[in-house]
Design a protein around this ligand. Sequence first.
Ligand SMILES: Nc1ncnc2c1ncn2[C@@H]1O[C@H](COP(=O)(O)OP(=O)(O)OP(=O)(O)O)[C@@H](O)[C@H]1O
Length: 342
Amino acid sequence: MENSESKESSQCVRVAVNIRPLVTSELLVGCTDCVTVVPGVPQVQIGSHAFTYDYVFGSVGQPSSLIFDECVAPLVDALFHGYNGTVLAYGQTGSGKTYTMGTNYNGEEHNGGIIPKVMETIFTRVEAMKCSTEFLIRVSFIEIFKEEVFDLLDPNTPSFSKSDGVYLAKPTGPARAPIQIRETVNGGITLAGVTEAEARTKEEMTSFLLRGSLSRATGSTNMNSQSSRSHAIFTISMEQKRSASCRTGVVQDDVGDDILCAKLHLVDLAGSERAKRTGADGLRLREGIHINKGLLALGNVISALGDEKKRKEGGHVPYRDSKLTRLLQAWKHFVSSHLNTQ
Ligand SMILES: Nc1ncnc2c1ncn2[C@@H]1O[C@H](COP(=O)(O)OP(=O)(O)OP(=O)(O)O)[C@@H](O)[C@H]1O
């Protein structure tokens, strides 16, 4: 983000670590905390190794409830000013990525995850600006499962219905058709035929999150009974235009008379895993191999982008090594935030 002169907001990538409390199954087998937060600095210690981040939440760091305010609210604000942004949740399987992002939203319980808060914030602001600005807000929700991209909002996928307060199991219809990643003439990346659903209200957007969450591939491993087996990407696209009927006299400089477009990508990556610890075999093991491969490719791309010397020399960035990194290629100019959970 380069819209501010302050050093902090001019940083393109910021990294936060969120330490979740031990869950019941871990307490029952006698697990204890292994991460220590160093007081007064955003640093954690694991054994003799110290790791420094931009923020540390959870444990005795800042309360986890502040993640949205500190890390994501500035990106939502930037979206209204026409800046693209990305939040990536990365971490070992079972570390709390889905919980933190709110990708497992079930439409019922109160959910303090990042995505529900983003939706709330966007529509509160849209409501306040509606007399001066016209908005077109759309969402897409995809997953990358075993190196194939699937549309979680595909209208041809049977939707889940609720029976006696319980959501029915995932539909077992015909196999889903994967979406193709295409390169445009000017070198951009598009997803051919992906659903971009218009959301006029928070409730409409919530229904898309719910629909996609329920369609996402999950499975049970020794480390997480509800482990996400795919990388999920929820994208909010916003177009703004000054309303012709604006009578308030409030001028929003960023919008002018043109259409201002920006996107916010909210990514819940599948967790990295060790087959020995997850106890995975057969199908689960093959899923785990794909997950680790995609995450390795992501790490290699981030390292290549972070290497200033290589970047200046126009060095090779291995975007083509996985579907995840090919999509990242399309966002490379606007990766603004990177959330890491432990
Ligand atoms: N901050 C938290 N407070 C309390 N419980 C949490 C927190 N974060 C995660 N959990 C619990 O930890 C378990 C694992 O969380 P979650 O499924 O979000 O992990 P994950 O990193 O997405 O795993 P995977 O990569 O396998 O999908 C869940 O039971 C979840 O409810």
